[in-house]
Design a protein around this ligand. Structure first.
Ligand code: NIG
Ligand code: FE
Length: 392
């Protein structure tokens, strides 16, 4: 198997505190990374690098682990730009907007859905995302949910069944009958295609009791648990997530002191989605309160046509720094190692020996530029499992 040395790295973020400056980011100056068989085989000072079959010199650029975007809904059809325009003019965001995407997605061909999702995944990759979670939730029938998951599986292994996204219009008079379908025939069809189960536990979506039924049924089928909660108001979703040892509870815009205490004593990650608050004008989640309480925080895009139509993790990092008062180091960690924790993955989100060789070369001398130069396409090359498919 051939080896390649990536060298001339002016600043390397490893997310390994045992190397470099011993911070959480494990920063190393004048560094090199040896890649073998898609994995990191060695990390250290360039001056001490081993021989390799091939060499790539990045000439002083900063390199970071590929972003781990642990929350997206990119299998959909339609467009909700008019809804965004109305929000910017003062209209509130409501969970019901999801139903317009459900209608468009049901009407779309599988080819069109696949093409759109693949284009969005490529767009994310070009901005440094090397691990991407994708949810269903715009089908809401057995066949349409199965179809969304089948499409997601062509793009990623991190596939989430979100049949309990909202109650579809045909069940408006009997939401519990819809939950019966989700935990019955729909789960039978979807569990074999997914790694995770998710539920939107929120007023206007599913009650805590309904959410509990969904998560219990999913966990019994061997699916890992994730929860959407605290997006539109306070509720029981966060504590439910901790009770189920969810890998992650996502949004966390509204949290009570009890929720923070529960998260701090758990292995459930709080995943913050700054694109949502940016695009809905809701208040940003209080990242400092979570971090200061010792909660593990991740950042993700929540890429979807309603509440957050961005695939850009650099954008999320910049907003988290500017508007959520995360330090640049906390934000980058949350968008890489934090996302990996939210997916319970030890092989991504860090550059340690044995990890996937997922690296991003920045057109910048430091990762600080991700927040310092917002909106600028700083991602120059992306290595996924050791190969650079994307070059700007
Ligand atoms: O994560 N919160 C629920 N689901 C999505 C919104 C999807 C939509 O508006 O279409 C979210 O923000
Ligand atoms: Fe979401």
């Amino acid at each position: 198997m051939s080896t390649r040395l990536i060298t001339g790295i002016g600043e390397l973020v490893t997310n390994d505190p045992s190397v470099g400056d011993e911070s959480a980011l494990g920063l190393l100056a004048d560094a090199a990374v040896l890649v073998e068989d898609g994995r990191v085989a060695w990390v250290g000072r360039a001056a001490h690098a081993p021989e390799a079959d091939g060499v790539t010199d990045v000439e002083g650029a900063a390199m970071i682990p590929g972003f781990v975007d642990s929350h997206s809904h990119i299998v959909f059809a339609g467009d909700r730009a008019a809804e965004f325009e109305a929000r910017m003019a003062g209209q509130p965001y409501a969970a019901g907007g999801i139903r317009s995407t459900v209608a468009a997605t049901r009407r779309a061909t599988t080819e069109a859905l696949t093409e759109r999702a693949s284009a969005l995944a490529a767009e994310a990759r070009a901005q440094g995302t090397t691990t991407l979670e994708i949810k269903s939730g715009y089908g809401l029938t057995v066949d349409d949910e199965r179809r969304q998951l089948e499409i997601a599986r062509t793009i990623t292994d991190e596939v989430t069944f979100l049949g309990a996204h909202v109650v579809p219009p045909e069940f408006a008079d009997g939401p519990d009958a819809y939950v019966d379908l989700v935990v019955g025939e729909m789960l039978d069809a979807c569990a074999p295609l997914a790694r995770w189960i998710d539920v939107f536990c929120e007023t206007g979506a599913f009650t805590p009791e309904q959410s509990r039924r969904v998560l219990t049924a999913g966990a019994e089928r061997g699916l890992g648990v994730r929860v959407h909660a605290g997006q539109l108001g306070p509720g029981e979703g966060t504590r439910l997530a901790v009770e189920f040892d969810a890998a992650s509870v996502d949004h966390c815009t509204y949290l009570a002191d009890d929720d923070i205490a529960a998260l701090a004593g758990s292995s459930t990650v709080a995943t913050l989605l700054p694109g949502v608050e940016f695009s809905t004008r809701h208040p940003y989640p209080d990242a400092r309160r979570l971090l200061d309480a010792g909660v593990t925080v991740a950042l993700a895009s929540d890429c979807n046509p309603g509440s957050s139509f961005t695939s850009s993790m650099p954008f999320c990092v910049a907003v988290a720094v500017r508007d959520m008062r995360m330090t640049p180091a906390e934000a980058l960690w949350a968008a890489t190692a934090g996302g990996a924790a939210a997916l319970r993955r030890a092989d991504v989100g860090r550059l340690t020996v044995g990890a996937c060789a997922n690296l991003v070369e920045l057109s910048a001398p430091s990762y600080l530029h991700l927040a310092y130069r917002p909106g600028v396409p700083l991602v120059r090359r992306v290595w996924k499992d050791g190969t650079p498919p994307f070059v700007r």
